[in-house]
Structure formats: structure tokens, C-alpha cells
Design a protein around this ligand. Sequence first.
Ligand code: ADP
Length: 842
Amino acid sequence: MEVKPITHHLFFVLLTATVRTQVNPEMCRYPLGMTGGQIQDEDISASSQWSESTAAKFGRLDFDNGDGDGAWCPDIMSEPDGLKEYLQVDLRSLHFITLVGTQGRHADGMGNEFAQRYRIKYSRNGSNWVGWHDRKGRQIIEGNRNAYDVVLKDLEPPIIARYVRFMPVTDHSMIVCMRVELYGCEWLDGLMSYSIPDGHLMIYRGLDVYFNDSVYDGTTAERLTKGLGQLTDGTWGLDDFLHSHIYGMWPGYDYVGWNNKSFPKGYVEMIFEFDHVRNFTSMKVHCNNMFSRGVRMFRQATCYFRSGSDWETEPVTFRPTVDRVSQIARFVAVPLGDRTASTIKCRFHFSDLWLLFSEVAFQSGKNNSAWVSFLSVPWDDPTHKVDDSNTRILIGCLVAIIAILLAIIVIILWRQVWQKMLEKASRRMLDDELTARLAVQTQAFSFHHSSLSSEGGSTSNSTYERIFPLCADYQEPSRLIRKLPEFAQSTEHLGRKEKTQSGGSEGAPHYAEADIISLQESSDSGTDSITPVNINLFAGTDSSMKEFPRHKLTFKEKLGEGQFGEVHLCEAEGMQDFLLEDLSIEGNKESPLLVAVKTLREDANKNARNDFLKEIRIMSRLRDPNIVRLLAVCVDTDPLCMITEYMENGDLNQFLNTTYRANNIASTYYIKLIGMAVQIASGMKYLSSLNFVHRDLATRNCLVGKNYTIKIADFGMSRNLYRGDYYRIQGRAVLPIRWMSWESILLGKFTMASDVWAFGVTLWEILTLCKEQPYSQLSDEQVIENTGEFFRDQGKQVYLPKPPYCPDRIYHDLMLSCWRRNAKQRPSFQEIHTLLMDISNI
Ligand code: ADP
């Protein structure tokens, strides 16, 4: 069957067309409101979430409002015993659902997670859940193959439900993210379940003809109870019951049928339960009438009604004219005389050997069109069959043409909007004042730099201190970005958006918003060299981290303070035994091993706690000589601790700043410095081989061990795999703007190429011995303004100057290439590593 949802635009066109002719479940394919927003956030829930920004409410198909990370992603590590993750949608009332759509998390190039396979569970009352399966019993639905495309799947058979759960099938080592939509229409019958005797087997000329209700979703003991099935699946049987609408099915598939001989009383009793008390005008039963084979429509229907606990004594009896001429299958309408009930019991009397039904529907309440709009036969003439194939083709063609036209219009409008934005961006320049300020600043900057070089050891101007993550190196740039003319409008708009979202609390909007990102995509002609974060690649690595007995840690001294709490030097008794096979950790078996223990502060909130655990997960999967190694954890009880290898010489920034007192670099130092850069490049090469974006590479986040060993640490930012996950402590989103590429600041794009940019700055720090902060002469605002110049690319951008005694080759071939505007033209870490190795071997 062709998979095509009906868009809202076409809804009314189709409705008017169909009320008068024929509506059937093939038309019941309207998006139910995940994308369009008719389904409220509070009606979307999930078993778990990876982070706040990947909560259930972000699991809306084709929807990227910029506040979240672009999809719902379950917390893969939660692994509750055997329970599966799910995203649940509450439709608030019963719906007939014919189609589902899924999509992964793309987040404009920053995400690459999707569910390759999933299951569906549904419920009508919120307590009885049924696993959907197709007509052949298969439960698993093939989902997405990439993070971008929407994959639509027909639900065959369709489901009638109020609650639907999407359950990604995952092996718990892969991150999956989903965006979903449901398609269908409201289930106006209000029928919650029917109870019937299960169908019988007919042997027709040696052929087994099964008349069982093969898609019944309730309990199937003696009678079928508490479920719905073939009688409400919207498929009516053909005149010849041996054939089916559905390809590949057994004879008799479309019908549920009973043999007279098994019913001594001469009738089949069916009970229908509804969602609430209704006024019933009529019931329609689709019957086969192939009397040449012993099948005939019923001769009498007697219906009883119940609103409370007892059946009303007065039934309604109806005797249709049994057609003895035409063998055409037909709907037989049973008038129900406006009786009030929440349960109806009907007895259908045989008029021949067999009774075969394929569909039952009810009309209740005042709204007649409700009936017509869902089930479709002409009401007055039960024997009349509508030959609607031409009409259908016509409507199909019209729908297709309208859809194509609409799509074209949307694309044209979309392009125009972006074109305008781009024109604006390139036309507008910083105003005179700003230009002048920057020009003056540039001079001052160069001047300062040359005076600094000639002054030799002078560090008097430096305001650069030991870095503490929430201090000078980390800024909240959105306030500053708003001053750039190109971004003024967008960020104001985003500011409003976030204010409404967060109830206007800590106001600063996240700067990395989707609509700005698209700007870069169009200006950089689509696909960037940038590889999206894809931690699925870690799937093969053993990520299990062992719990270390806390009492075996002996505190020695405080090493520093991070954003989560303090870092202590400790002795870890028996750590070597604990690590078993691992030979890379020094120390003999007898003496306790020195380790660094990072502890989550007592008063940490839930977010910080989650992030701490996430940093553990990420670090536990990284193994490289130039990446700080996580040895064990203490997470069974509070306070949470991560135990990493101890790096004797602290962080690289402090190390360089204090070890090399002079600003002047002697040649022996120089070789050592390049050696350090080689090690950082090597660690980054490893991360990039995993498509892992660090996001906060800087000397302050590299640690120094014995013999100038350098290891990259601090995955506090990289933990933010998703946008929007930033700390906002007292209104501050903390971002290292002086290390960030222009596209990270303006467009929120964090990629391998932006890590390369940060590497350039880190190299610059190393070669200036961390004596001053990058762009120390520029205020934060000016740094952002300079970023705007990179974006405009009119040659006005200011680069970090060549460090004293830095060879041209390193400055021009390496540093400047790391800061190229076009991310694609920046070198890879592989290339950087090779180049630095070359240089260090000279
Ligand atoms: P955060 O990631 O929360 O900012 P850090 O990991 O940067 O915290 O730790 C803060 C400080 O503690 C570092 O600057 C460094 O001086 C010290 N430190 C952290 N880890 C180690 C370690 N493994 N060995 C030695 N010192 C460390």
C-alpha cells in the first residue's frame, strides 16, 4: 500500500469530498498533532531521557524548535531489568491510527542518532497494553536508516487506541533518538471492545477456510473478550469470502464466521462495550451473502442495552429482508431506536448454515456526519456497492498535485526567507563606531603585543589567572551576539522564546539555535567538513566502570577545584589488583597507587549529578595514552566520585605559566613545547577517530604527568552532546569564547573542525607559555565582534599574533590554518599530528 499521510492543508478538501461519497480508513491518515503541536507537551512522556534537552516533548517529527536537542533520546544506561524504553503519546481520546512516522535526531548536523527498529504498544484505557503486530504476527517495525529522513509505516492492521508507545529496539550500547508522528482520525464509534465467540473453520471443497478473528487484541479464551479486531479494522470482506483484500492471506481471512451447528439456540451473541453512555441510532454489520456456499446474512438481530449494571428488559428487534437474489456482500443497517447505553448485546440469528461478518460499526449521538466521515457505505441502500475506483484515482491525483504544489510553494517561500537573511547579513556591516573601535583595538593589540615581545619578561599587563571553569575563560555569549547586526533579530526572537519556555527565569537564551545554524549551512553550501557527534561509535568499547570500595581511598591533599566539586589526591589501596590486566598504570602491587579523585559536591542539583554521571560514561569509553584515564568510580553511595590517574604536574596552563618563568623561549624549551603539542594532537586524533567532539580544548584542560606527558582531560563540555545542556549558574551559560571557532559562537556548531580551531588557540597558549589570555586586549564583547568579522569575511578579522620566536611554518602553516573561516579548509588532527611530528623531528 502506498504510504502517504494526508496533510492538514488537504483535510478540508477531502472531508467535503468524502462526506458525500465514500470515506474509509485509507482516507483516515491525518497527522494527529506531534508535528503540528495539537498534542500538548504534557501528553508526551517517556520511560527515561538522556538529558533535559532530549525530553519526551522534543520527540515530535519534523519539529526543531531550537530549545531542545532535536529529539527524544532515552537514557541508554538506565537499563531497568528487562523493561524497554518508550516514548508515549496520549491522544486524549480514542483514535483510529493507520500510519506512524519516525525520524532520528539530526539537530542540523550535530546529531546522528536514530532508531533502526522499534515496536509499538498501545492502550485504550491506559492500563491494558497491547503489543502491536502485523497481520503475520511480526512486532518489529523497520525504522530509520539515517538521522534525517522521515520513515512512514502503515499499521496493518490499524489500531484503535488512546495511548501509543514507540519502543526503540536497542542493545543498550547505542544511543537512539526518535521523533514521531501518528496518523489517523478520531474513533467516533467509541467502541472500546467487543466480545464474540471465536470464528470457525469451514472446509470448502477440501480447502481450509479460517474464519477466526486473527487480529483480535483482547483475551482469546473460550470467547474473545476485551479487545477489538477484524470487525473494526476498516477492511470489508469481498463478495467471494475465499479471496481477501490483503495479499498473501489465507482463504476466509477478511471474515469472522460461525457455523449454525455450534449454536443450538440459533444465534450468535456479541457484546459491545463503549467508552461512555451514548444514544445509539443504528448499527451497521457488514455481512457476506454467498448463499450458494451456505452463507447468508442474518435474518434477525435482537439487541439489549445496558447503561449501569443491569440489562434493560426491552430489546430492539430488527428483521432485515434476507436477500435471496444477490450474492453481493453488504452492510446491513440495524436501527437501534435512539436507545441509551454503554454496553450493547446483540443476538444475530442464522438464516443459513454460516454467518460471516467482516465489520461492525455504530452510529450514536447527534452527530450523523461523524458516522459518515469514518465508515463508508451508503446508508440507505445496503445492497448498493459504490464503484469508486475512478473517483479514488481522481482524488488521489488531485491530492498528489495539490501536495506537490504546496511543497513547491513552501520551498520557494523558505528560500526567499533565507535569501533575505543572507543578503541582510552580507549587506550590513558593523556600524562606524564598531569598526572604529575594532580598528583602534587591533592597533592597540598589535602594539601591546610588540611591546610585550620587546619587554621580554614583563607580564604586568596580564590579567590572566589560573583558570577556574566558571571564571574568565567562560562567557555567556548570547548577550554579546545580539549586538551583531546580523544576529540582533534572531537572538531577540530566541530570547523571547526561551523566556516563555523557562518561565522567564534565568533569561539568557541559548545562542546555538536551529534557525541560525541553517544560515551557515546555506552560506557554506550545505554539507560542512564537519562530522557530527556520534557516540554510537563507542558501541563496541567496553564501557563498564567498576565500583571501587570507598574506604580504600586515603585522602592526601586537595589538587584543585572544578565545576562539580573538589579534586583530591588520594592513595587507593589495592587499585592494581582492581585494575588486573592493565599494565599501563604505574606503581608496584604492594604500595597504594596515587590517584586523583573528583567528587561531586554535596549540594549538587539533579542536573549536575546527571552530568557528572554522563562525564563518567564518556570517559569510561576512552582509552588513549593522551587521554586521562578513568580508573574506577564510587557511585553506589553519595558523594559520587570518579577516580582518574594522577597527573603529578597539574594542568598544563599552570605548569607552563609557573615552570617557564621567562617569556623568552630557549630552543630546548621549544622542542619540549612542540612535544607537548604533538601529544595533544595525538589525543585529539584519537577522539576524532571516534567522531568525538571535545568542545573545550585548552591548556587548562590538559594535565601534565611525569616527563612532560600530556593528557587531555575535562570532558565537562563534551558531555554536552546535545545543545541546550549548558550550565546556567546565576544566569551564566559558560562558554570558552576565546577558544571557540566563529561558527561555534555564532551558529552553535561544535564539530571536529571547531576542535581544530581550539587546538590552534591551545598551541598559541603553549608557545606563549600561557602568559596571557588569548585576545587579552579585547573585551568579551570585542571577541564576539571579531567573530562577526570572521563571519562577514571582509578581511577585518583579527587573528592571534605570532608568538615570539614561533617559526613561520608553525604560525602560517598550522595556527592560521586552524582558524580558516571555511571549516572544510582547516586541517584534520591527523594532518596536524603529522606536521607537528615533522617539526619536532627536525
Ligand atoms: P572540572 O572538570 O570540574 O573543571 P578539573 O578536572 O579541571 O575540574 O579539575 C580541577 C583541577 O584539579 C585541575 O585544574 C587540576 O589542577 C586538578 N586535577 C584534576 N584532575 C587531576 C588529575 N588527574 N591529576 C592531577 N590534578 C588534577
